[in-house]
Write a protein that binds this ligand. Structure first.
Ligand code: HPA
Ligand code: ZN
Length: 338
């Protein structure tokens, strides 16, 4: 089977399930917003900021990322940020995006949740109307902060009702086991929200098990370390628990040395519902098409591998059944045209 062309990969209809909107803040925009808002960042220019992007691990990235998010202040800042992402996503043929944001990153520096949600929502509504891009918002609790802080954040978020599709858990993974957040996840589930959690990115497979057995999440974000536990792999496959894998992120944060070393092809061979996503594309070297092109070339995927990845993402999404059927039909048309 011939290798899919770059154009074929770019034109493939895509569903993005692991994207932090704060991670789409491009360096030029960060510095422009900081100047406009009178915020002093530790980087005087784009060159010095880009030099700070040589990450050793997850924490070294998060330190830069949280600092950079300080440039975001107003409703318009959040609106412009999300609109820029939606335009890039649409250019990569993303048709549906489930978008994370971190309420505490903003509320802890005095930005009201309303400001964040109003700005993001305005852009996402425009994207639906003008780009045909459907979307969902998923606030995440910061795992380096306390479970009590997560509970307070949840209460703040609840006011927005079904504006949010679900809740997630992100930030530093080492020594922050998912079970710490059992109570807030139980509350969210009792209120009818879907849930997801970052686990098994840097943390051990035991954290993936905890996310399943204690938090009862619907999807695992990253999850690439599951292969260290064959029983866990069997269970993830049998229960069709999706993994939102982020290839370029994993290389930039040193989870894998190179794309050729990434275990995505093994995850697929094990029958897992693995998907491809961009995580924090402004920091990790590319949006959805760049991630798909990297794995297509680096792991020598053929069209059937790409179709499996696309189908997995539709299955794993929280979109309504009718929308999922539309997304699947668009995907199949693209692959039928080869
Ligand atoms: N892992 C954990 N937290 C994050 C990430 C990530 O890859 N990106 C943004 N917050
Ligand atoms: Zn992430």
């Amino acid at each position: 089977m011939p290798s899919p062309s770059d154009e074929f990969v770019r034109a493939m209809p895509k569903v993005e399930l692991h994207l932090h909107i704060e991670g789409t803040l491009e360096p030029e925009v960060m510095l422009t917003l900081a100047a406009r808002n009178g915020i002093t960042l530790p980087w005087p220019d784009v060159a010095s900021l880009r030099r700070a992007y040589a990450f050793a691990d997850l924490q070294s990235f998060l330190d830069v990322y949280y600092c950079g998010a300080g440039a975001l202040q107003t409703v318009d800042d959040f609106r412009d940020l999300a609109w820029a992402y939606c335009q890039r996503a649409a250019a990569d043929n993303v048709r549906h995006a489930e978008i994370f944001f971190d309420p505490q990153t903003h509320t802890d520096r005095g930005i009201a949740l309303e400001v964040v949600v109003e700005g993001l929502t305005a852009a996402l509504d425009d994207a639906q109307a003008q780009l045909g891009l459907s979307s969902a918002l998923i606030p995440c609790f910061l795992r380096h902060l306390s479970p009590e802080a997560a509970l307070a954040t949840y209460e703040d978020c609840r006011r927005f009702g079904d504006r949010f599709a679900g809740f997630g858990l992100d930030s530093s993974e080492r020594d922050r086991p998912p079970r710490l957040f059992a109570e807030v996840f139980a509350r969210a589930r009792a209120d009818g929200y879907r849930t997801v959690a970052h686990a098994g990115e840097e943390g051990p497979p035991a954290y993936i098990l905890e996310a399943l057995d204690v938090l009862h999440v619907d999807r695992i974000d990253h999850g690439v370390r599951c292969l260290e536990d064959p029983m866990l792999v069997e269970r993830l496959a049998a229960q069709r628990i999706p993994l939102t894998v982020c290839p370029l992120s994993n290389v930039r944060l040193r989870v894998f040395d190179t794309i050729a070393d990434h275990n995505l092809a093994e995850l697929l061979r094990a029958g897992l519902v693995a998907t491809v996503n961009s995580d924090d594309p402004a920091y990790f070297g590319g949006y959805m098409s760049a991630n798909f092109l990297a794995v297509t070339r680096g792991l020598d995927l053929d069209a059937s591998g790409l179709l499996t990845l696309g189908t997995n993402a539709v299955e794993a999404s929280f979109a309504q059944p009718l929308r999922k059927a539309e997304l699947q039909a668009q995907l199949e048309i693209h692959f039928a045209e080869t």
